[in-house]
Design a protein around this ligand. Structure first.
Ligand SMILES: *Cc1c(COP(=O)(O)O)cnc(C)c1O
Length: 244
């Protein structure tokens, strides 16, 4: 046996399986600790760089949501996803000129941060006779060069997006700044949760604040404890990413 076959698919699948059940156990525990049930938390797997065979294996274990962050990669893998058993979402930064290529293929776009992008999603959705759910992405750490709307501009974007056809705001998403200390990441998660609750209380037409998407491999437990009901986990499920 060559060395390569030792790190081949069977071992990879075993580790994905182990990781999957570890993650769902942590979700369940964190949900209970925060007064909810595991079924209240949506576990989306971030599938960038992962081959469709491995993704579909995770789907066979019970995974219901997958998310890609690059249009080109999504399109190249699209025919191979097991979409009878899971939903595909778009979670990365989306350029307006690429919207056309993914409308009708994704059930939700998590990364809307400008009216220009929302308008294009709306017009492409009208053209294709589909409805597209979106989350508004918030730059909660006010980081330069990072996607997301600043909190003071969120309500205006929300109201403007709500008026567009064939697009529906279903909640908020964020990627907080990288923090060395857990206490710091809690601060950002809590800030997001407050924003989410404040907006939920306003009951705007054509907006339903169903999802607060935050928390990744290193901090999804903290995110759930802070009120997240959707997490996006990649490397903790599939292993360290290998970029080709
Ligand atoms: C890759 C990615 C994740 C998951 O990151 P991990 O640290 O590997 O869990 C979550 N959200 C987005 C938008 C991503 O691109």
């Amino acid at each position: 046996m060559t060395e390569k076959s030792l790190i081949g698919p069977p071992e990879r699948l075993e580790s994905v399986k182990r990781n999957y059940f570890e993650i769902t156990e942590t979700i369940s525990r964190a949900a209970q600790e925060s007064g909810r049930k595991s079924g209240d938390i949506t576990f989306l797997a971030a599938t960038k760089t992962v081959e469709p065979a491995i993704i579909n294996y995770a789907v066979s274990l019970g995974l219901k949501y997958i998310g890609e962050n690059k249009v080109q990669e999504l399109l190249s893998k699209y025919e191979e996803y097991d979409l009878d058993n899971c939903q595909l979402q778009f979670i990365g930064h989306l350029q307006t000129n690429k919207v056309r290529q993914i409308i009708g293929k994704v059930s939700m776009i998590q990364s809307v941060d400008s009216l220009k992008l929302a308008k294009e999603i709306s017009s492409q959705s009208v053209k294709n006779n589909v409805n597209t759910d979106v989350l508004l992405e918030v730059n909660i750490g006010r980081e330069e060069n990072k996607s997301g709307v600043l909190e003071e501009n969120l309500e205006e974007l929300l109201c403007q997006t709500a008026e567009l056809s064939n697009i529906k705001v279903r909640g908020l998403m964020t990627i907080p700044p990288v923090c060395d200390k857990k206490a710091d990441v809690f601060k950002f998660f809590y800030k997001m949760y407050k924003l989410f609750i404040d907006i939920s209380c306003k009951t705007l037409d054509n907006v339903s604040m169903d999802f607060l998407s935050m928390g990744m491999s290193d901090d999804f437990e903290e995110a759930i404890l802070s009120g997240a009901n959707m997490i996006r986990v990649g490397s903790k499920l599939f292993g360290t990413r290998i970029y080709r």
